[in-house]
Design a protein around this ligand. Structure first.
Ligand code: AMP
Length: 310
């Protein structure tokens, strides 16, 4: 399938790469890492990346300006995005051919060609695998981005999706010339405001006797702290550091009044709960959308039920 993807890439003069909304390091790493890889080997092609920049991650990578005309006859590749509503920049439909490359469960195969490997820790791992399998050498900057993506999605090689293959590929990336320790520090650094949000999360987390936890972050709170929904990425894994916590939900109120629900688990899969509430994702890291406090309560009860049955 990697050969088929490479052959398709060879057939197009313009390639536009998308990824999911509210990007994390893996979304950016796979998207821009792939773009740099292709630019290196196909310098005559126009290769662009699109989507909204996240101010917290512009140090890692930035997007290009892409005009509507550039989509005419273009190949569009979407990385790290399970379902089409989550693709950042809906012009992904305007190209001539669409390839999806992802590591989430394949619930929505929106591509003309879909490469989904759920055993990969990250989409950046898949892109690294693709480069090695097709004999396309990486650049230092592409290696930095792909390494950042793997580090980000594995929680620095902590989460169960980290395999020996992940480590082998990460070791190959580490041989390129970039400052991996600076990168690790950047990824583990946050502002004082975010530190205060983390403190709020620890102070206000409700934890039941089975380790099912939740916290709600209202718009009023975020505004008072000078933070936004995008900043919650820095604290989403924090409840898991508590020994008694097994699973947790973070309900983030949006300016429109609904809630973004960020679900995580250390053991029992929680993605079915997410699917019942307009979301989905990985077995142990999912997201959903909730219309109200009542729906938040229902989601919390569903999590509690899963852990009662455990
Ligand atoms: P998040 O808490 O937003 O980092 O989401 C964790 C994972 O859940 C992501 O990697 C996505 O795979 C998935 N996810 C989050 N939100 C949604 C959604 N609204 N629909 C489908 N999947 C989602």
């Amino acid at each position: 399938m990697f050969t088929q993807i490479l052959e398709t890439i060879q057939n197009y003069d313009t390639i536009i790469i998308h990824r999911h909304q509210r990007p994390d390091p893996d979304a950016l790493g796979s998207q821009v890492g792939l773009a740099l890889l292709l630019k290196e080997h196909f310098p005559q092609k126009t290769i662009k990346v699109t989507g909204c920049d996240d101010p917290n991650l512009t140090w890692l990578a930035q997007m290009n300006a892409v005009s509507d005309q550039e989509y005419e006859g273009a190949l569009v590749i979407v990385t790290d995005t399970a379902n089409s509503p989550r693709i950042d920049d809906e012009r992904y439909q305007k190209g001539a051919y669409l390839i999806k490359i992802d590591h989430h469960p394949a619930d929505d195969q929106y591509g003309d060609l879909n490469y989904v490997d759920t055993t990969a820790s990250s989409t950046s791992e898949i892109i690294t695998d693709f480069a090695l399998a097709t004999g396309l050498s990486l650049t230092n900057e592409a290696a930095r981005l792909l390494y950042a993506g793997i580090v980000g999605d594995t929680g620095r090689f902590l989460y169960p999706a980290t395999t020996s293959k992940t480590l082998e590929l990460a070791a190959i990336l580490r041989n390129y010339d970039f400052d991996a320790s600076l990168l690790a520090r950047m990824m583990d650094t946050f502002s004082l405001d975010i530190a205060k949000l983390q403190s709020y999360v620890f102070e206000h987390l409700t934890i039941d006797e089975n380790g099912v936890a939740y916290v709600t972050l209202t718009q009023e709170l975020l505004n008072k702290m000078g933070l936004s929904d995008l900043d919650t990425g820095a604290i989403v894994s924090s409840p898991g550091k508590i020994d008694t916590v097994e699973t947790w939900a973070i309900f983030v109120e949006q300016p429109e009044g609904y809630y973004r629900v960020r679900l995580r688990s250390k053991s029992v899969p929680i993605n079915e709960v997410a699917k019942r509430h307009g979301g989905g994702g990985h077995l142990l890291a999912s997201g959903a959308v909730s219309a109200s406090i009542e729906e938040n309560e229902a989601i919390y009860q569903e999590l509690q039920k899963l852990f009662e049955e455990k």
